[in-house]
Design a protein around this ligand. Structure first.
Ligand code: HEM
Length: 431
């Protein structure tokens, strides 16, 4: 069928429409589609990085997960020094036999690579340590408050306090996202507190969503599709997804994080491959803390923990799914794209930033703020990003892009309208 084609790749992603979509099926499909010849592909060369996996300064996961795939966009977006490029050369084994599957470009004089070289210069003038230390402090405080409110809820048997605890757990998790994008560190594990898993999100969020937002390659779209479909395509969107989702979304948001744990457990049993790891025990530290505060009734603790999880899930959904990407004026698969196919400009066209968060490091960290810059430079601490706006605005102007902003309420309304939209936008992004 004709709709089964992506505007940013030559092939429709294998397994995208399979019955049981997981991060593992996404990676398997990518290995089939990427023409990486079983190794790692960067631009039109094939590299054997096997001996480098455990020496990679960003941690072994990134290379272990991506073996057999094209890592061009990841390689460009995750390094802001010249060292990785110099090192890469010695692992080259041959030129690739087939063209790249992804058709977005990363030309040296194009938008993204020009912006990146300007950002590298700008970073030399910024006291990065000062801002990243402030982020660490914010993360530690919100993490501590998550446990304090959880324990207080069990001490006083208060459902209201359990809801408040859920809010703090949700903010902890969103801040932990600032850390799992980077080299391995202890703070990334706090992402697991709502029964989600940071390593799973390194696939669905970092490798998939961040590189190819709003396209058929974006796993954050395909996994949620039974409930929410943001692609403006009448073939894959039914009446329920378009309109009834406006009614059931609070319920789905609330159970979304719990469902991820259940799905990973089912995958482990069904496939006979255990993907539940030791760090998946971390979410249980919350009921444990509740038990330490008040051990009188285990059933009551489980009930309060469930309330905490539902509150965390709901707030994570309402913040995360209305953060930046789903609004009728944002490019989704099927909408007309601009002629310039630069990867960075594609990012700009698939995001409208939240203007109401700007200027507060606390709000930016807890609400996926400064989203455009974060997509373009995911390894930079969120505290550093505001200092890059002058360079970003100048480069966007030089390449005739457009930086857009709106409020959270605008995003929520726009997101609901996007759920209903089935007609692709015929006009390319402005300018
Ligand atoms: C899947 C592709 C890759 C991803 C997602 C990735 C990711 C990362 C991350 C997250 C960091 C830490 C950045 C930070 O916390 O500031 C990092 C650092 C680094 N990576 Fe990679 N990496 C990839 C491939 C490679 C390759 C192929 C090489 C070289 C052969 C390489 C060399 C380095 C080096 C030298 C650093 C130290 C920081 C720097 O000089 O930029 N990486 N990488």
């Amino acid at each position: 069928m004709t709709w089964k084609s992506s505007q940013i790749s030559n092939k429709f992603p294998t397994y995208r429409n399979s019955a049981f979509i997981t991060t593992h099926s996404w990676l398997e499909g990518k290995r089939k589609d990427d023409n990486a010849e079983g190794l790692w592909r960067v631009y039109d060369s094939i590299y054997d990085l096997t001996d480098f996996i455990n020496r990679h300064p960003g941690g072994p996961d990134w290379l272990r997960l991506t073996k057999g795939t094209d890592i061009t966009e990841l390689f460009e977006a995750h390094h802001l020094t010249n060292a990785p490029e110099r090192m890469l050369a010695k692992y080259k084994v041959r030129d690739a036999k087939e063209p790249r599957n992804i058709t977005l470009s990363l030309e040296e004089d194009g938008f993204y690579r020009t912006l990146k070289s300007r950002v590298k210069e700008q970073l030399k003038t910024i006291d990065c340590k000062k801002y990243s230390t402030r982020s660490d402090l914010i993360h530690s405080s919100i993490l501590a408050l998550s446990f304090i409110f959880s324990m207080a809820s069990s001490l006083y048997g208060s459902k209201l306090l359990a809801i408040v605890a859920g809010l703090f757990v949700n903010w902890t998790v969103i801040i932990a996202h600032n850390y799992f994008h980077r080299k391995d560190n202890w703070r990334m594990y706090t992402f697991n507190l709502t029964l989600m898993n940071y390593k799973d999100w390194r696939i669905s969020h970092v490798l998939s969503h961040h590189m190819f937002p709003n396209s058929y390659h974006d796993l954050e779209l395909s996994t949620l599709e039974p409930f929410f479909c943001w692609v403006p395509n009448p073939y894959i969107k039914n009446f329920i997804q378009r309109y009834i989702s406006w009614i059931y979304f609070p319920f789905v948001y609330s159970v979304m994080t719990i469902m991820q744990y259940i799905k990973r457990t089912i995958y482990s049993i069904a496939k006979g491959v255990n993907i539940i790891e030791l760090d998946d025990l971390l979410p249980f530290t919350i009921p444990l803390a509740m038990y330490v505060a008040n051990s009188s009734c285990v059933f009551k603790i489980l009930q309060l923990w469930l309330i905490t999880l539902l509150s965390a899930g709901f707030s994570f959904g309402i913040i995360g799914l209305n953060a930046a990407h789903h609004h009728p004026e944002i490019v989704h698969e099927g909408d007309t794209m601009r002629n310039n196919r630069d990867w960075g400009l594609y990012q700009i066209d698939t995001i409208i930033d939240r203007g109401d968060l700007k200027g507060s490091q606390l709000l930016v960290l807890t609400h996926f703020g400064d989203h455009t810059l974060h997509h373009l430079f995911p390894t930079l601490d969120h505290g550093i990003l505001p200092h890059l706006y002058p360079v970003l605005y100048q480069t966007i102007e030089d390449y005739e892009g457009e930086m857009r902003e709106c409020s959270w309420l605008h995003h929520i309304i726009g997101q609901l309208k996007q759920l209903a939209r089935i007609t692709p936008n015929p006009n390319p992004p402005k300018k």
